[in-house]
Design a protein around this ligand. Structure first.
Ligand code: TA6
Length: 301
């Protein structure tokens, strides 16, 4: 039973800063306004759909064709991929990218920090439904801080009596002016799994540019920079507790194949995802905890 909208508003609204509302398709949404940036978070999927620093263009891409339905993932923003990525390490897990992005998360707390940033804590805990898909007990927190930066932390705890292994990704979709002129810095020297061309590990020796469908899992703990000459900005992506960065653009054919993605939307977006996947999946002993954090900020070129 999810709390009623009125009860949530009563408990969590902060006049002028935080408003709980009925969003698209009547899904509950948290609208956040701070002096530095605005953001939108859906309880559905624990999904950040909007982050816009004051005076700048939006940072997160949302497809015009996205579904906003209780049993569908939102296309864009920051999908939470958990407890597996894609179809998992044995390539046989469903739903794709796990169930976390398909479920309603509980709003645990909203706090205003001394610097004016707003911190939202959403929770997803195992229950009879999740156990049918993944037979373990867990508590997953998604701590979202909106201020000069957007910071997101997945705080995972194993509440089972046995070890568990999980994958995770903050599958962030970024708006860019033109993918043909966009470059991603910080991956030179990293190895990556090329999921489009070879299916094998490749060494990245260059600046990442985009000339076709791109789907790569990099082995890196470093900071990424998306350089966007069309919008005249750089998006800086720092992270902690993450060994992988996934870079994805569907390009023409894959864009056409996705019903919840516009055929002409691929030039205006790129995914740069903070993750722990495949051989970097996380193993937790009973009672163990793991935190993966990513922070996004924007600078003029
Ligand atoms: O992160 C890249 C990727 O794994 C691609 O292979 C593509 O499947 C993309 O995620 C989107 O997946 P989705 O299930 O959201 O359509």
């Amino acid at each position: 039973m999810t709390d009623s909208l009125d009860a949530l508003k009563q408990q969590f609204d902060i006049p002028g800063k935080v408003a709980i509302k009925a969003g698209k398709a009547n899904l509950t949404v948290i609208k956040i306004k701070t002096e530095h940036a605005n953001a939108t978070v859906y309880l559905h999927g624990g999904h950040v759909t909007h982050f816009q620093p004051v005076g700048r263009k939006p940072v997160l891409f949302i497809s015009d064709k996205s579904d906003f339905l209780p049993d569908k993932p939102i296309r864009g923003g920051v999908p939470v991929c958990f407890p597996w990525f894609g179809q998992g390490r044995q390539n046989n897990s469903n739903p794709p990218h796990g169930f976390a992005r398909l479920l309603p998360w509980t709003l645990a707390s909203i706090d205003e920090e001394s610097d004016g940033s707003i911190v939202v804590l959403l929770m997803l805990k195992s229950d009879q439904h999740t156990r049918k898909l993944w037979p373990v007990d867990f508590e997953l927190g998604h701590r979202i801080t909106v201020g000069k930066q957007l910071t997101m932390s997945l705080e995972m705890r194993n509440t089972s009596n046995d070890d568990l292994t999980f994958e995770e990704a903050l599958h962030t979709y970024f708006v860019v002016g033109d993918i043909h002129r966009t470059t991603v810095h910080g991956l030179q020297g990293a190895s990556y799994l090329d999921k489009v061309k070879t299916g094998k590990q490749v060494q990245e020796d260059e600046l990442v540019t985009f000339t076709g469908e791109t789907d790569r899992v990099y082995n890196t703990t470093g900071t990424m920079v998306i350089d966007d000459p069309v919008f005249g900005r750089k998006i800086i992506i720092t992270k902690a507790g993450s060994n992988n960065t996934v870079v994805w653009n569907p390009w023409i054919a894959k864009a056409k194949a996705m019903p919840d993605f516009g055929d002409q939307e691929w030039p205006g977006m790129v995914c740069v995802e903070t993750a722990n996947v495949k051989d970097d999946a996380i193993v937790l002993q009973p009672g163990g905890r793991h935190v993966m954090t990513t922070s996004l900020s924007v600078e003029s070129r």
